[in-house]
Ligand binder design. Sequence first.
Ligand SMILES: NC(=O)c1ccc[n+]([C@@H]2O[C@H](COP(=O)([O-])OP(=O)(O)OC[C@H]3O[C@@H](n4cnc5c(N)ncnc54)[C@H](OP(=O)(O)O)[C@@H]3O)[C@@H](O)[C@H]2O)c1
Length: 269
Amino acid sequence: MAGETQKVIVLTGASGGIGQALAREFAGPGIYFALIARDQARLDALLKEIRALGADGEISAVDIRDRDALHGYLSDLDKRHPLDLVIANAGVTAGLGPDRTRESDADSDRQIDVNYRGVVNTISGVVDGMQKRRKGQLVLISSLAGMRALPDMPSYSGSKAALIGYGHSLRGWLKPFGVSVTIICPGFVTSPMSARHKGAKPFEMPASKAAMLMRRAIERRKPFYAFPFLLAWGIRLQNLLPTRIGDLFMGGFEVTIDQDPRYREGTDK
Ligand SMILES: NC(=O)c1ccc[n+]([C@@H]2O[C@H](COP(=O)([O-])OP(=O)(O)OC[C@H]3O[C@@H](n4cnc5c(N)ncnc54)[C@H](OP(=O)(O)O)[C@@H]3O)[C@@H](O)[C@H]2O)c1
């Protein structure tokens, strides 16, 4: 049970590489987690691990695309354990079709539905309570690909850019209500997602290190945090150039993305 002095954290995408690392990074006495993803066995194992680290919590195997199910769970959770911090981290990737043909409709829809609509579903399921209490923090996990689109990942890049716009808007709206918003744009982080990413991954870092950097940014309530430093600043400078010139720097970033084993090719199942 979460007590008065406990900090309650909702973490989506908790079964994945970055999600698990974030849970381990935040775990400790006084932390109560709601761990969300679809893979119940992985969530169970993670809950055991974070309990061994002194935290407590619960799991929910809900698909964040299912707004009714997600809102039902989050509203019940908020009544039992008023939420302090929500990290919307769940996400999926896919690349172009065979021989650099267009993305399949299923891949494109899934990325928009999970990476953007799923995050909107997560935030809309928790924001009323925070706004009323005038307290809380929302964290959106976007990507450097949202700051400068990767040519081989159109829907992924678009969905992550949309999250940045959504997050900036939330921040302005919610500031007078005492609710802070942190947008995080990671670069390449070792995880099952990045293992399917075949191509250059400059400055790739272990998920544990990324989680440590993300925790620091979250605790400082940074409005926007992009890392690693050199890649993030390289992109910022690139974005100041005329687009045609900036595009010349994208040459080394050609990638293919292996099929996500959770979905049959060209389908959403
Ligand atoms: N790894 C990188 O290099 C990198 C770089 C920049 C940004 N990011 C972002 O960081 C976040 C985490 O990525 P990761 O590398 O940890 O990927 P990952 O290992 O593939 O984990 C993705 C997580 O999202 C969850 N998820 C996917 N679809 C879901 C759905 N419909 N409902 C609920 N949960 C769902 C997965 O859980 P289930 O399959 O169990 O549902 C899993 O827990 C993503 O948003 C990603 O875009 C990653």
